[in-house]
Design a protein around this ligand. Structure first.
Ligand code: CA
Length: 528
């Protein structure tokens, strides 16, 4: 049976023979505490938790309501794109708004996503690794999945809705567009956006990049049959769904993010007047290829390249959304997190972002999964903080529920990979509650980061420079796993393996513990 084979794969990936029973044997490296079989072990700091909780309680006493939660998720933006992370004007696209939020908030330099869009977007809404939900790679038009992965998942907006929150997704979805899989089917009150990625929407009108499609009516008809969607959709819980606009020109595509921003800005003003706290997930279509800047932003970057103009555009919109919160009088009561859903897509270079790390989108090397992370909350997160401790984007699931006073709603009948990072983010000198990040690519357990060490038990190899999606293989490692020290070797080029590290076996033991969780909680297969 496929599930069993998958679980076996996960175990085999830990290099050891199959784990004999469900056991948690932590290595000497670990200080994390496992409080439940179904929860990821976490580092516990009672004092900082107390400090954070007091700040939250004091704020609620002042405002009389739970905090709002706003996620600003850029598509395919590289770790090195924002100025605060080493890019900005230095690489031809100034990002003053992201830089300001990083400077006045908490800059997280070891934030991890999944390797591609759908896996990250589903993981942050479920707190679960893609291999557990079955959403292991982007769903493409024409994919025949065997079951609705959402049918038995419990989403963050569903849980927040039960806790009195208004929930809105503005922007890109990319986690299924059939009935039952749309944002407004899986827990969001309202959806205003696109089901697919930018390139999927623009390809049928872009004759320069896709002449074999656009100039061939028969092929265009075939594309339509795959169910590919080129519409801006407005949907509501309960099923009401309308197409607001059809993207039938590149000029219209270029304005997509402006429309999404205008929707979010207006929505914030409306929600702030309401009697419910709100969760707004704003997902930019940009800067995923293919990039076409809005008229107002064309040529506005120093570089003048479309990707860079779009970085400038997205950054401006981030500033406008934060301003909207301020104007509505709710900025002090809103937790904001800015990030990207994966590394830059180098396959589309020069329509691509920048990462200082090895690899890119789709890769288990740092370039694929290390993303900018900014936690901003005026008056609550101490300005000027920076941390290189671990933050996995899945932690947003647990953290958001804690902020909403709904930590008790975290499901206990399934494995939750996210960790509550509230105390890390909110306590003035908080330390991360996360000890390890596990790196999966599709159905393969690839690697693990712990402290500054990263161990690979499988590796992605590119067969042509920059083609991290379109021409790669996944290989098993040989006698020794590939172990890197990211502080002295951030590009993962010089393995320290058994010659230079005392902890190779301990790292493997940690991976084995992770693999063991799949024995009791088998992965789900949806035919992707
Ligand atoms: Ca993406």
């Amino acid at each position: 049976m496929r599930m069993k084979a998958l679980a076996a794969l996960a175990l085999q990936a830990a290099v050891f023979a199959a784990v004999p029973s469900f056991c948690f044997a932590q290595s000497v490296l670990s200080k994390a505490v496992r409080t439940s079989e179904s929860m990821e072990p976490a580092l516990v700091f009672p004092d900082q938790l107390k400090e954070a909780q007091k700040k939250l309680d004091d704020l609620q006493a002042k405002t009389g309501r739970k905090p709002n939660i706003v996620w600003l998720i850029v598509d395919d933006m590289g770790y090195g794109d924002p100025g605060a992370f080493g890019g900005g004007e230095a690489i031809g696209a100034a990002t003053p708004n992201m830089d300001r939020l990083a400077l006045e908030g908490l800059k997280l330099t070891s934030t991890y996503s999944q390797t591609t869009c759908t896996p990250t977007r589903s993981a942050i809404l479920t707190g679960r690794l893609p291999v557990r939900t079955g959403l292991t790679r982007p769903i493409l038009a024409g994919d025949n999945i065997t079951k609705n992965p959402w049918a038995d998942e419990i989403s963050l907006p569903a849980l927040l809705g039960q806790s009195g929150y208004a929930t809105v997704l503005s922007g890109k979805w990319h986690v299924g567009e059939d009935v039952g899989m749309r944002p407004h089917d899986i827990g969001f009150d309202e959806f205003y956006g696109f089901y697919e990625a930018e390139k999927e929407v623009s390809q049928s009108v872009d004759k320069r990049r896709y002449p074999d499609l656009v100039l061939n009516p028969e092929r265009l008809a075939m594309l339509a049959k795959t169910g590919s969607s080129n519409q801006l959709i407005h949907g509501f819980k309960g099923g009401e769904t309308t197409a607001v606009e059809t993207i039938d020109s590149l000029e219209k595509m270029a304005e997509g993010d402006r429309l999404l921003k205008e929707f979010s800005v207006k929505k914030i003003a409306d929600l702030a007047k309401g009697d419910k706290p709100f969760f707004l997930e704003h997902c930019f279509m940009k800067v995923h290829a293919d990039n076409f800047a809005s008229k107002e932003f064309e040529g506005k970057s120093s570089s003048k390249f479309p990707y860079k103009d779009d970085v400038v555009e997205v950054d401006a919109y981030i500033g406008q959304i934060v301003d909207a919160l301020d104007k509505a009088g709710v900025l002090d009561n809103t937790f904001i997190f800015v990030t990207s859903d994966n590394g830059p897509q180098m396959d589309s270079w020069p329509d691509s972002g920048y990462t200082p790390f090895r690899g890119a989108k789709a890769s288990a090397w740092e370039g694929g999964i290390r993303v900018p992370g900014i936690a901003y909350w005026r008056g609550m997160i101490k300005p000027g903080r920076q941390s290189d401790q671990l933050f996995d984007l899945m932690d947003l699931f647990n953290t958001s529920l804690h902020l909403a006073g709904a930590a008790g709603k975290i499901p206990t009948d399934r494995y939750i990979d996210g960790i509550d990072q509230t105390s890390f983010l909110v306590a003035d000198n908080g330390l991360s509650n996360r000890e390890k990040v596990y790196v999966w690519s599709g159905k393969d357990l690839m690697a693990m980061r712990m402290y500054e060490l990263k161990i690979h038990v499988k590796v992605v190899e590119t067969k042509a420079q920059w083609l991290d999606i379109d021409m790669t293989t996944v290989s098993d490692v040989g006698l020794a796993p590939w172990l890197f020290n990211l502080y002295i070797d951030p590009k993962e080029q010089y393995p320290v393996g058994h010659r230079m590290s005392a902890f190779l076996a301990s790292m493997l033991a940690e991976l084995k513990e992770h693999a063991a969780t799949f024995k009791k909680y088998p992965p789900k297969d949806i035919g992707l």
